[in-house]
Write a protein that binds this ligand. Structure first.
Ligand code: SF4
Length: 496
């Protein structure tokens, strides 16, 4: 990907950094990602580092779609980072800090390749990466952050004392314009920076402007750091976009990049396969499905279930989407055959055995190449096998016309607390293309009675990324509530 000269320069820069600051290969948790990774990277590492980072960024993007406050975004982001992208402080013992930082480094650069390919993707990537950087910057140990800042040569000019005196009135006016305390003394140290680099400070009138420069007080240093980070990343992405055509011939990497760049559309889900249901004792029977659908299924599966009951049939992609979902939910092969047989009540036994039974057994890995097929994630449902007008598969939030979606949501979920008053917010999210965020909001509303609040998502603020995750969480919440009621009742009996 890089020429020998670039590799040599990168190596030299990295070595210099290491020698200057510590024995760690990555001396700081914070990173401006100036230098690409130069070690060998396996294809698997290439993908997993990027996917884990994308899990964090996709949740940040969902937070924007949900208009979360910065504090809420920070809480959700830190929780995601703990799960997928932990970065311990330099003083942490018993963790491989370099390995964590390398993963952060590699993931960032792989995602640059995936997200540099259009202006829209570049913008979204910079916005999400900047938010991640801000959260980490705020959360960093003060001494480590200071050390990181002094390791960089920022393009800011300290304003000489005479100039501060000369413009003291204007500087004081800018300072008091936003200070909560009108009697507070204006700051004494300032830096000059091109105003276009700190547009947030300019638009909130927090700085004095002169000759195209903003005079930024030292205490607003963070704004300058963030502006610098974003500017660097924007430029780097444009450079990467120009270089990218060279990669087009690499048939291993391009499909991975295509897949990654879709991560903002529906988040990044973990794989849900039948093994997860089998091990947690969640086996279900054909008789339970009507009831489960009514209480726990997301709109895509609820719609397929209702169409199956209405038409006594589902077309191929509908059967595939719903069948794998039910398998992972815990429906055994015998129960699955019983379920589909009874559901296709207009079809003769002979035809069912010939045309459908094989496919059901195939999806359970009992025929053909005997693969253990995973259930489809939101991303797959949203993007692959687009439904035609006669089909029922897909995601209602994306594939239904707005009027039909509103009618369907009310009919599916009004018994669980969804009302017409909730629809404008949900439809606005759908209109902006954040389908899984709309689904997450519906989850919150329909599980409010089980203690879920707005912003909780399916737990810890996380968004829905997989229909099985939706159903599993819904069942878990219900079980927790029933267990709590049972404990209360047992307590009452004992007390009595
Ligand atoms: Fe199903 Fe995902 Fe669409 Fe929700 S967002 S309806 S879980 S595909």
């Amino acid at each position: 990907m890089y020429s020998n000269r670039e590799k040599k320069a990168a190596k030299k820069a990295q070595t210099a950094q290491v020698e200057r600051h510590s024995t760690l290969k990555y001396p700081y948790r914070l990173n401006f990602y100036d230098v690409p990774p130069i070690d060998d990277i396996t294809l698997e590492e290439f993908e997993t580092c990027a996917l884990d980072r994308l899990r964090v960024l996709a949740e940040i993007e969902s937070s924007f779609a949900r208009n979360r406050s910065y504090e809420d975004l920070k809480t959700v982001t830190l929780a995601q980072c703990d799960k997928y992208l932990p970065l311990h402080s330099s003083t942490a013992k018993s963790v491989d800090r370099d390995a964590e930082r390398r993963k952060d480094h590699v993931g960032h650069f792989v995602l640059r390749l995936a997200f540099c390919r259009s202006e829209d993707l570049r913008k979204r990537f910079v916005k999400a990466e900047l938010a991640l950087f801000k959260v980490r910057y705020d959360n960093d140990d003060t001494a480590e952050r200071e050390a990181f800042l002094s390791s960089r040569k920022f393009d800011w000019t300290p304003v000489p004392d005479e100039e501060v005196k000369l413009y003291s009135q204007q500087l004081a006016a800018a300072a008091t314009a936003w200070s909560r305390d009108p009697n507070a003394a204006p700051p004494e140290k300032y830096f000059k920076i091109k105003w276009t680099r700190v547009t947030d400070l300019v638009s909130s009138r927090k700085v004095f402007l002169k000759g195209g420069f903003a005079y930024v007080p030292l205490r607003d240093q963070a704004s300058m750091v963030f502006a610098e980070y974003a500017a660097n990343l924007e430029k780097a992405l444009e450079r990467t976009a120009r270089e990218l055509p060279k990669l087009d011939e690499d048939s291993r990497i391009v499909p991975i990049l295509d897949h990654l760049s879709q991560g903002f559309l529906a988040g990044v889900s973990s794989e849900w396969s039948s093994s997860s249901a089998a091990t947690d004792g969640n086996q279900i029977t054909a008789d339970m499905i009507d009831d489960l659908a009514r209480r726990h299924f997301p709109a895509c599966m609820r719609n397929l279930h209702e169409c199956l009951r209405r038409d006594k049939h589902l077309k191929h992609f509908g059967r595939l989407q719903y069948g794998l979902f039910l398998k992972v939910l815990g429906l055994s092969i015998d129960e699955a055959i019983a379920f589909w047989r009874r559901s296709f009540s207009n079809i003769q036994e002979d035809k069912f055995n010939k045309e459908y039974k094989y496919n059901i057994r195939h999806s359970y890995g009992l025929e053909g190449r005997r693969a253990n097929y995973s259930a489809k994630s939101c991303q797959q449902i949203l993007l692959a096998d687009q439904p035609g007008s006669q089909d029922n598969h897909g995601c209602p939030y994306r594939h239904f016309a707005p009027d039909n979606l509103q009618t369907a949501l009310l009919s599916m979920y009004s018994s669980q607390g969804l009302t017409a008053a909730d629809l404008p917010e949900i439809m606005a999210t759908v209109k902006a293309g954040h389908y899984h965020v709309a689904c997450t909001r519906v989850f919150e509303i329909t599980h409010a009675a089980l203690g879920v609040k707005k912003g909780d998502g399916i737990g810890g603020g996380e968004s829905v990324t997989h229909p099985n995750q939706y159903a599993a969480r819904s069942r878990e919440l219900e079980k927790a509530k029933l267990d709590a009621l049972k404990t209360d009742a047992d307590g009452d009996v004992t007390m009595g």
